[in-house]
Design a protein around this ligand. Structure first.
Ligand SMILES: Cc1cc2nc3c(=O)[nH]c(=O)nc-3n(C[C@H](O)[C@H](O)[C@H](O)COP(=O)(O)OP(=O)(O)OC[C@H]3O[C@@H](n4cnc5c(N)ncnc54)[C@H](O)[C@@H]3O)c2cc1C
Length: 205
């Protein structure tokens, strides 16, 4: 892909994330931060509201709902549109990629990231392949058997469910989308100078 083509696509590429738990918000964070039009639909049934984390690397102790509040603020600040309380009731291929239906309307995007926890109904509706364990079949890049459709978090694991794993799944899906959009392998690396530029005086020495 030429630089011009990849720049054009990255300006217009869009991502719909279905599910705003740790997996979905992690995917949204990376795609929004890197300029993709990102919309998250979420019905707030995340298991995190029942959890208290002592096992999330880098965080000593945090309530699950508190973790979610910070995560939501973070993706909002980075430019994702979060349609909280809007349930996705249908998903199919259409337009330039995918069409999702809610009671409020239809929405289109080139890429879709499914992050609906242990509920796999939309993946089944879209025709994604499942494994013998009855989970959505993905590789390490989290892409399903349906091109440009990704599945992340609890729906791709037969238990072994942890917030840190879900966050990693979402990040992996987003990076793969960004690599496709940019036409080359993509990393989201920041350095201290970036932090100083963004946060100025509040960055610790
Ligand atoms: C009691 C309990 C304690 C736990 N303790 C820990 C712990 O200590 N440490 C740890 O790491 N993990 C813990 N977990 C597990 C952790 O909560 C999960 O691993 C994590 O929440 C999975 O993230 P996810 O994004 O895959 O799914 P979820 O967090 O379940 O998020 C899925 C989201 O998708 C939304 N959704 C579903 N369908 C739709 C739809 N059609 N349209 C729009 N939105 C939709 C749901 O409402 C939900 O908000 C605990 C879980 C429970 C139940």
């Amino acid at each position: 892909m030429s630089d011009e083509a990849s720049a054009d696509e990255s300006e217009t590429a869009s991502v719909i994330v279905v599910g705003g738990g740790p997996a979905g918000l992690s995917a949204a964070l990376f795609t929004a931060k890197n300029g993709l039009e990102t919309t998250v639909f979420d019905t707030d049934g995340t298991w995190m509201h029942k959890a208290h984390l002592f096992n999330y690397l880098g965080i000593g102790s945090v309530g699950g709902s508190e973790f979610m509040a910070t995560a939501r603020q973070q993706v909002d600040d980075l430019g994702a549109e979060r349609r909280q309380g809007e349930e996705v009731t249908g998903l199919e291929r259409g337009g330039d990629g995918f069409v999702v239906e809610t009671d409020d309307g239809s929405y289109e995007a080139e890429y879709v990231v499914l992050a609906t926890g242990a509920n796999r109904d939309l993946a089944e509706e879209l025709g994604c392949a499942f494994t013998d364990d009855d989970i959505v079949d993905v590789g390490v890049e989290m892409e399903t058997s349906v091109e440009d459709a990704y599945a992340t978090g609890a729906m791709v694991r037969a238990e072994e469910w942890q917030a840190a794993i879900a966050v990693g799944d979402g990040a992996a899906a987003a990076l793969n989308i960004l690599s496709k959009v940019r036409g080359e392998r993509f990393h989201d690396f920041d350095v201290p100078a970036d932090a100083e530029r963004v946060f100025g005086d509040v960055v610790a020495e």
